[in-house]
Structure formats: structure tokens, C-alpha cells
Write a protein that binds this ligand. Structure first.
Ligand SMILES: C[S@@+](CC[C@H](N)C(=O)[O-])C[C@H]1O[C@@H](n2cnc3c(N)ncnc32)[C@H](O)[C@@H]1O
Length: 244
């Protein structure tokens, strides 16, 4: 290998070793925990997950602010898991090189496309989709995290109080998402086309992307989807029909 490549490889290996050491905070084998997330946290508090947490500002702050809720941040890149772990330790006032865990937070390396392999039916109470990649080309619509194919998986892994909270700067992703939810007869509430129109509310936890886009004066769109028992039951009946 040429010097540059060798360095890059060593760099990647270093990141992997770093996150592997953090056994109480980082989970690299999420499939093994399917159906066992309550045991992971050792309590039956609700579990909220951010799918595509990026550098982890939101999940770190939320876990600090709400100790009686369990948080899971999911992303598919080692480097982002490492960055998120640094941020989480900072938010929880821990030493940067600490290998100690945070009781109500786990950072999970996983591809959201297979999310139903990491979580069992009803294991989550809330899913946050913050500034998900908009995939603007029509031929990539299926990759959008609010495409029906994904939302069906979310309905399955959410419990009967389940909600999906979406924030995005992308008008096209927002339109697509509202249509996707509406086509599935899901109830939406607190829809906003300009979340920070009256300034940033002190209780509102910003993500990295949100800080950047709101700082540039862009409008942030937000909506909540309420799943509920009826939707869930209809969904499970449909699922069984498809399987038989
Ligand atoms: C645009 S960033 C937003 C990050 C963060 N939520 C924020 O608001 O600052 C989208 C994130 O989703 C992650 N992501 C996209 N598709 C994913 C997938 N299929 N599985 C896991 N993570 C994914 C990306 O790696 C990236 O970190």
C-alpha cells in the first residue's frame, strides 16, 4: 500500500477500535438485542430513537435533559458513532476518554433499511427523523426515510402510544412525507412550515443540521405523526394477510 492509503486504513481501523471499546455506550450488533432493549436499559421507561443521528447533538442533549426516557441514536457510519459518543460524553459531563456508559443512551451502528431486524414489534415509543437525506431525484424516492416502505416498518416497531416526529429544511421531502403519511391514513398534528418563526423555544433541542440551516435563515418544517392502536391493529392484520 502507498503511504496515503495505509494511513487512511489505519485511521478507519482506529475509529473501529475506539467504538468497539465503548461497550456500554456503543452497540455494533443490534440484531442480537431485538426484543431485548428493555433489558439493555434495565428498566421499562419508553424508548425514543433518532434514525440517522449524524454527529449526535440532538440525542446527546435529549438524553441529558430527559433521564426517564431511554434514547437510541442510529447511524450507519463508524465515524459518526464516534463523533456522537464524544458529544454524548461532553453533554453528560464525562471525560472524553471515559469507557463508562450513559444509563439512558445507546449509540447503534445500523442501516435503517433493515430496522425491523434490530427492533421487535412495539419496542419503540417514538421515532425522530431529523433532517433525513431528501433524495430529490424521483428514481430515489424509495430511499427517503418517509417512504411507505419505511413507514410500515416504523408502525410495526412502535408501540400503541407511538409517534414519529419529523423535522427537515427540505420542502420537497416535507411535501413527500405529508403525502406519504396521508396516503397511509395516519393522523398528523403540530404541522409547521416555519418552526422557529417566533424565535427558538428554550425547550427545543436543535440538531447539527438545524443549527446550520436555521442560522442561514432557512425555514424548518416539522410535523408529528400519531400512530395509535387502530392503525397498529389494521397494520398487523394487513401484514398477516400478506404473509399468508
Ligand atoms: C443529513 S444527516 C442529519 C443528521 C442529524 N439528524 C442532524 O439533523 O443533524 C442524515 C444522517 O442520516 C444517516 N443515514 C442516512 N441513511 C441511513 C441509513 N440507511 N441507515 C443509517 N443511517 C442513515 C446519515 O449517515 C447521516 O448521518
Amino acid at each position: 500500500l502507498q503511504g496515503g492509503n495505509q494511513l487512511r486504513l489505519r485511521g478507519r481501523k482506529g475509529i473501529r477500535e475506539d467504538i468497539e471499546r465503548q461497550k456500554d455506550l456503543v452497540i455494533l450488533n443490534a440484531r442480537d438485542y431485538k426484543g431485548k432493549w428493555q433489558q439493555v436499559f434495565g428498566n421499562d421507561n419508553p424508548i425514543y430513537a433518532e434514525l440517522g443521528m449524524g454527529k449526535g447533538r440532538f440525542i446527546s442533549e435529549m438524553s441529558k435533559r430527559y433521564p426517564d426516557i431511554n434514547f437510541i441514536g442510529v447511524d450507519m457510519y463508524d465515524e459518526l458513532i464516534r463523533k456522537s459518543s464524544e458529544k454524548a460524553k461532553l453533554a453528560h459531563e464525562m471525560e472524553a476518554d471515559s469507557e463508562e456508559g450513559i444509563p439512558n443512551l445507546r449509540l447503534v451502528l445500523f442501516n435503517i433499511e433493515h430496522i425491523e431486524e434490530a427492533f421487535d414489534q412495539g419496542e419503540l415509543e417514538r421515532i425522530f427523523l431529523n433532517f433525513s437525506d431528501p433524495w430529490p431525484k424521483k428514481k430515489h424516492a424509495r430511499r427517503r426515510l418517509t417512504h411507505r416502505g419505511f413507514v410500515e416498518k416504523y408502525i410495526h416497531i412502535l408501540n400503541q402510544q407511538g409517534e414519529i416526529h419529523l423535522k427537515t429544511d427540505s420542502q420537497s421531502l416535507f411535501e413527500f412525507s405529508l403525502n406519504s403519511f396521508a396516503d397511509m391514513n395516519l393522523r398528523m398534528r403540530n404541522i409547521s412550515l416555519n418552526l422557529h418563526a417566533d424565535g427558538i423555544h428554550p425547550d427545543h433541542v436543535m440538531t447539527e443540521y438545524e443549527m446550520k440551516f436555521a442560522g442561514q435563515g432557512m425555514n424548518i418544517h416539522r410535523c408529528e405523526v400519531v400512530i395509535g392502536q387502530q392503525v397498529q391493529e389494521a397494520h398487523e392484520i394487513n401484514l398477516k394477510k400478506q404473509q399468508s
